[in-house]
Design a protein around this ligand. Structure first.
Ligand SMILES: Cc1ncc(COP(=O)(O)O)c(C=O)c1O
Length: 423
């Protein structure tokens, strides 16, 4: 097969529009509902709540905003109302997924809390229930756990819930990447005491931006709506009894979301076909796809990823911002594969770098199933030390181009490029 760069870039995961989006945006324009009120917001909230199977969904400006308000709600329920200028989690530790996007955990810091990162397990690449149990042994006072479903694959929900229930802790569920994925037949976004989804431009469906808070509790929904619109009281003038935020979704953005909702199933089917084509095409190479716990869950296949067998890794050294590798016959590494994919005008990405490895969180505790602390980056190359699970997956894994507009022919070229890395 002749390998030529694609004329048009193949993205990791870009927005896929269908036409209805512009119709609803236009409607917002023509009816002049060009603010944070309107039919698109109401309809999107109604349809998402129905789809997820929860009582209410509150449309917000981003998944991060939804997480912030979910975490604030949890903080106030656990520790009471903070004074103005103080966070609801001030001085409190919160257990958090470690291998995730930083938006999952940043709101803990916005609320004055300290994230304690919990290592990942190999079966689903999500929070390890054993490491979570270990964390409760070390910090029995913790009452809040923030859990993400990475790359659209549900984590070990029952096990995580059992550990949290045993210790009387609440869960904030970050289903930003997993809209449409189910665990034991139930939609992700149903498992947290507070749950959220995202409509960021790279997600399975998008509003260009946006997110939603999901709940069965009408009072919580009311509170989040109020907080998100500057906490205005029902008075003739601007009256504020609580601190507010400007976090409500715009009715124009909601038009895009409303136009996308009917296509969620189609997008998932396309992403699933991409995952399966990679799985088939990469057979025989010393790599595996990101794991799926088929006995319990059906993912939304948002991103296809691979992980290289340990003994097929060539030497790769990563600094804070740069990486180097040494080519070797029949071996490769994420840096080489990503470089070769980029050379044909396609976009892959390293695995989300675990939070305990991020400089911004270098002082935060990190707990593994064995109770081992942080390993030094590149430790297993330099010192033969087995790193924690998150670091290991980060070292050996990568996200493949997973755009649902990628053609099978383009995907075959990408597969061929990966094969060549192992020649
Ligand atoms: C796991 C995870 N959590 C939270 C977010 C934040 O969502 P948003 O970008 O809508 O703020 C994202 C994505 O951006 C995400 O991938």
């Amino acid at each position: 097969m002749e390998i030529k760069p694609f004329e048009k870039k193949v993205w990791l995961s870009s927005p896929t529009m269908h036409g209805d989006e512009i119709k609803y945006m236009q409607e917002a324009y023509e009816t002049n509902w060009m603010s944070t009120v309107g039919a698109n917001i109401n309809e999107s909230e109604k349809q998402i709540a129905e789809f997820i199977g929860c009582k209410d969904a509150v449309a917000l400006s981003s998944g991060t905003a939804a997480l912030h308000l979910a975490i604030k709600l949890a903080g106030e329920r656990l520790y009471g109302l903070p004074r103005v200028g103080h966070g609801s989690l001030e001085g409190k530790k919160v257990f958090c997924s470690d291998m995730t996007f930083d938006a999952t955990v940043n709101p803990v810091a916005y609320e004055g809390g300290e994230a304690v990162f919990i290592d990942t397990e190999y079966d689903t690449w999500n929070m390890d229930p054993k490491a979570l149990e270990k964390a409760f042994e070390i910090y029995p006072e913790v009452k809040l756990v923030v859990i993400a479903h990475l790359y659209g694959t549900p984590g070990k929900v029952d096990e995580l819930r059992a550990v949290c229930d045993k210790h009387g802790a609440l869960i904030v569920e970050d289903a930003a990447e997993s809209l449409g994925a189910t665990y034991k037949g139930v939609q992700t976004g149903r498992f947290g005491d507070y749950s959220i989804i995202s409509f960021n431009g790279n997600k399975i469906i998008t509003g260009s931006s946006g997110g939603m808070f999901l709940t069965d509790n009408v009072e919580d929904a009311h509170k989040v709506r109020k907080w998100s619109t500057q906490s205005r009281e029902d008075a003739a003038w601007y009256q504020h009894e609580e601190l507010g935020f400007n976090y409500r979704m715009s009715n124009v953005i909601a038009g895009v979301v409303r136009g996308q909702i009917p296509y969620l199933g189609e997008h998932i089917a396309q992403k699933k076909a991409i995952y399966e084509r990679y799985k088939e095409g990469l057979k025989g190479l010393p790599v595996s796809m990101n794991p799926i716990d088929f006995a319990n869950s059906e993912p939304n296949y948002w991103l296809s990823c691979l992980i290289i067998d340990k003994d097929a890794m060539c030497k790769q050294v990563r600094g804070e911002k740069d990486a180097l590798y040494v080519t070797e016959a029949r071996k490769s590494c994420p840096t080489e594969i990503l470089e070769k994919i980029a050379a044909i005008n396609a976009e892959g990405r390293p695995i989300w770098k675990p939070m305990h490895m991020q400089p911004v969180y270098r002082m935060n505790p990190f707990i593994t199933a064995s109770g081992q602390g942080r390993a030094r980056s590149n430790a297993y190359i330099d010192e033969g030390v087995t790193p924690d699970v998150g670091m290991d997956i980060f070292e050996r894994g990568l996200c493949l181009p997973s755009d649902n507009k990628m053609t099978p022919e383009q995907q075959d070229v990408i597969i061929e490029v990966i094969k060549k890395c192992f020649e």
